[in-house]
Design a protein. Structure first.
Length: 285
C-alpha cells in the first residue's frame, strides 16, 4: 500500500472515532460536539431542505392544477351566463315586438291581419326588400300592405309557396298614395323611396297651394282601394318645389326602423274600402 492510501484510511478512522465519541459522550467532549455539529448539521439541513422542497413542489403543482381547473370552470360559467343573457335580451325583444303587434291588432279590428316573420333581407343594390315566412299557401296577394305597430313596412311584391318578397317603402318601386293627417284629403300625394338616400322617402305630386309643413304626419289615403286609409307612414322633414317648379314635394322620415324589422302583419283584407266611383274631386258624394 502506498502512503497516500494509508493516510486516507487513518483520516476516516479518526473521523469515525470522533463521531462515536460525540454520540457516546456529548458532555465530555463539547469541542468535538461543536466540530461534528458544524460538519453534520449543514448536511442534514440540506437533505431536509431537498426533501421538504420536493413536498413544496408537489403542493405547488397541485395548487396550480386546482387553479387551472377552477379557471376553466369559471370561464365556462361566464360563457354560459353571457349566452343566457343574450337569449334573455332576445326573448324580451321578441316578446315586446309581439306584444306591440298584438296591441296593433286590437286597435285595428277592421283589418284582417296575417302575422309573419322576416326571414331574410336583400343587400347591396337590392337592399330595399325583405323576405317573410308566408306565401301562396297563406293566400297572400301582390301589393298587399305590410305593417308593424309603427306603420308601413312595404308591399308584397313576389309570392312563392311558403314565403314572399316584400319591397320596403324605401324602395323607389314601392309607391303608395298618402295624405297629410292634419288636413286630411286636402293635401295628398304619392310616396316612394329615393335611390340616393338610405331610408328617406319622397312625397310627390303635392298641389302647389297645398297646406303641408315640417313635422306634419303622413298617412295612407286609401284612394287605391287596395290599402286601408290612415296607416302611419312618417313625418315631414322638409318641403320644397319640384324641379319644374309646378308642384310641391316633401322629404319624409319613415316611422318604421326598416333596418330592424323582425315581425310584421300582412293586411289581407279590411273594411271601409274606398269606392272610387263614389268620389268626386277627392270627396265622398
Amino acid at each position: 500500500m502506498n502512503k497516500r492510501f494509508m493516510t486516507l484510511i487513518l483520516v476516516a478512522v479518526t473521523l469515525s472515532a470522533i463521531l462515536i465519541l460525540a454520540i457516546a459522550g456529548g458532555r465530555r467532549f463539547p469541542l468535538v460536539n461543536q466540530t461534528v455539529a458544524a460538519v453534520v448539521l449543514p448536511i442534514e439541513e440540506g437533505i431536509n431542505t431537498v426533501l421538504h422542497g420536493g413536498d413544496s413542489i408537489r403542493d405547488f403543482g397541485r395548487a396550480l392544477l386546482f387553479l387551472r381547473n377552477r379557471n376553466e370552470f369559471l370561464e365556462q360559467e361566464n360563457r354560459k351566463l353571457r349566452e343566457d343573457n343574450v337569449d334573455l335580451v332576445l326573448l324580451r325583444s321578441e316578446n315586446k315586438a309581439l306584444r306591440n303587434l298584438l296591441e296593433y291588432k286590437k286597435s285595428h279590428k277592421g283589418q284582417k291581419l296575417l302575422a309573419a316573420k322576416v326571414i331574410a333581407g336583400n343587400f347591396g343594390d337590392l337592399r330595399d326588400a325583405v323576405y317573410i315566412n308566408v306565401g301562396k299557401t297563406d293566400k297572400i296577394e301582390k301589393d298587399m300592405l305590410v305593417v308593424t305597430e309603427d306603420g308601413i313596412v312595404g308591399l308584397v311584391n313576389d309570392i312563392y309557396d311558403n314565403y314572399a318578397r316584400v319591397i320596403l317603402i324605401s324602395n323607389p318601386e314601392c309607391r303608395i298614395g298618402v295624405k297629410v293627417l292634419r288636413t286630411d284629403i286636402k293635401t295628398s300625394g304619392v310616396i316612394h323611396g329615393i335611390h340616393e338616400t338610405n331610408n328617406t322617402l319622397l312625397m310627390e305630386h303635392i298641389a302647389r297651394e297645398a297646406d303641408i309643413k315640417n313635422d306634419d304626419i303622413i298617412v295612407t289615403n286609401g284612394y287605391s282601394g287596395k290599402h286601408p286609409k290612415n296607416i302611419y307612414v312618417g313625418k315631414v322633414l322638409s318641403v320644397q318645389m319640384d324641379a319644374a317648379g309646378l308642384v310641391k314635394e316633401a322629404n319624409i322620415d319613415p316611422y318604421v326602423d326598416l333596418d330592424r324589422v323582425e315581425y310584421v302583419f300582412v293586411i289581407t283584407d279590411f273594411v271601409d274600402k274606398v269606392n272610387l266611383d263614389t268620389y268626386e274631386t277627392g270627396k265622398k258624394l
